[in-house]
Write a protein of this length. Structure first.
Length: 166
């Protein structure tokens, strides 16, 4: 059964948000690269690619359900941030917003008895638990490091070891 016009619009909006997250993380990668925090920059680049993959999952799903993908404008991400901590706090808060968007979609799918969309969204719900956990843990670690430069140096190296499938 083809997705409803309402669901199509909501999924297209989520697709826009996922690309928006990708764009935001790329801006964070550029910020860290400029500061020579190359591990953090690499982590953010990987995250940006993950988000583009999330967007494409929705892209494919809308097409699989006989819907029409339409691309809307992406918000301009901030080019600068006050500190590494502020960057990861922003990322953590952004992920919480993404989660609530996914939960609203899930509710809409339930109201429409669109079980296939709910099944597709299950993957995103699980993924968001992981993404929120990871970003919160990074925030906590950076808080613990405080203004200890060698601590920050070590943590930058550690995050730089992130694999492309993480
Ligand atoms: Fe795809 Fe991190 O939300």
């Amino acid at each position: 059964m083809r997705i409803s016009a309402t669901m199509q619009k909501a999924l297209n909006d989520q697709l826009r948000k996922e690309f928006g997250a990708s764009y935001l993380y790329l801006s964070m990668a550029a910020y860290f690269a400029e500061k020579n925090l190359n591990g953090f920059a690499r982590w953010m680049r990987m995250q940006a690619m993950e988000e583009a993959k999330h967007a494409m999952k929705i892209f494919d799903y809308v097409e699989d359900r006989g819907g029409r993908v339409t691309l809307e404008g992406i918000d301009r991400p901030p080019p600068d941030f006050p500190s590494a901590l502020a960057v990861f706090e922003h990322a953590r808060d952004h992920e919480a917003k993404v989660s609530s968007g996914i939960h609203q979609l899930f509710e809409l799918a339930g109201a429409e008895k669109d079980w296939a969309t709910q099944a597709m969204l299950q993957w995103f719900i699980t993924e968001q638990v992981e993404e929120e956990k990871t970003s919160s843990q990074i925030v906590d670690t950076i808080k613990m490091i405080g203004d200890n430069a060698s601590g920050l140096y070590m943590f930058d190296k550690e995050l730089g070891r992130r694999g492309s499938s993480d």
